[in-house]
Design a protein around this ligand. Structure first.
Ligand code: ATP
Ligand code: MG
Length: 283
């Protein structure tokens, strides 16, 4: 699977999804958005989770009058686009009681509306969509909008076979949408929040065996793995992307900067690497 080609034409929609909750989706979405923004990419984050965690991850510079509801229902762009202090824009989640799920369900083109709005003339290179860890019409819409899917896989989701079965089922359920012009994108699995680095390679190999062939090549397990460290939580609390927060290795695991650089290089090899500015004091 050549992920770079999904970025051809200068635009990529990346949806972070999982069949489980609490696996690290929002943290990953925010950190990738921050990294891409620091590379000079024009980045849009979309919070498609009822619990608006991504919406408040970074301090807002400007809060638009509306969020995802207005965006999906055809509101003016200027009414939906908020801006953040870290340089990427945001469409926030404004649906605390889940009305949007019903709207997507009962609107004839509901599941492809997000995809079509994003295909319009938006001024972004990369759009990152965060989803809730449960099956629902809004999660379907976020998956169908993607050029590429990315799933964090923490150790508790193992055994590998369980991940593969759940994820293949999630993708297969949406496959018929290709008949209405919305084919399901390939999915990259990212071994995430590993306690023991030595285990990561073995687990990745197991996941690869259980998912690549059984999914017909639709699921690829990345070589990069993300360690479990307190820095990710600290960076979230500080409202700073991990690559800026943890620029130097603190213990046995690679720094946040090294991990994000490896991940982005693997996902989109043509993008440059983020160089740590000299004035940033190493942690
Ligand atoms: N690499 C990491 N190491 C340690 N803790 C992490 C790491 N990444 C995220 N976390 C922590 O794990 C918890 C869950 O992360 P997060 O909220 O990103 O998951 P989620 O998949 O978005 O959850 P939900 O399904 O509830 O939306 C958070 O407390 C977060 O700070
Ligand atoms: Mg989340």
């Amino acid at each position: 699977m050549d992920t770079q080609r999904y970025h051809e034409g200068g635009r990529l929609t990346l949806t972070i999804c999982s069949t489980k909750g609490g696996v690290g989706k929002t943290t990953l979405a925010a950190n990738l958005a921050g990294y891409f923004a620091d590379l000079g990419q024009r980045v849009l984050m979309i919070d498609a989770d009822i619990q608006p965690t991504l919406s408040s991850y970074y301090t807002l510079r400007h809060r638009a009058v509306g969020g995802l509801t207005a965006f999906l229902q055809g509101g003016a762009l200027s009414d939906c686009l908020s801006t953040t202090e870290i340089g990427c824009d945001l469409i926030y989640s404004d649906d605390p009681v889940g009305r949007l799920q019903d709207w997507v369900l009962h609107t004839p083109d509901g599941r492809v509306r997000l995809k079509h709005r994003l295909e319009g003339s938006l001024p972004y290179d990369i759009t990152i969509i965060d989803t809730q860890g449960a099956v629902g019409p809004l999660q379907d819409a976020a998956i169908l909008a993607a050029d590429l899917l990315l799933s964090p896989i923490p150790p508790e989701i193992l055994p590998a076979r369980e991940f593969a079965r759940g994820t293949i089922a999630m993708l297969d359920r949406l496959r018929p949408m290709r008949y209405v012009g919305a084919p399901v994108a390939p999915l990259c699995g990212l071994v995430y929040r590993m306690d023991r680095a030595s285990e990561a390679a073995r687990i990745a190999a197991e996941l690869r065996q259980e998912s690549f062939v059984p999914s017909g090549g639709a699921i690829r397990i990345l070589d990069t793995t993300v360690p479990a460290t307190v820095a990710y939580r600290e960076a979230a609390t500080a409202g700073v992307p991990i690559h800026r927060y943890e620029t130097k290795r603190r213990g046995p695991t690679p720094s946040g900067h090294a991990v994000m650089t490896a991940l982005v290089r693997e996902l989109l090899p043509d993008l440059p690497v983020y160089e740590i500015p000299a004035e940033v004091s190493p942690r």
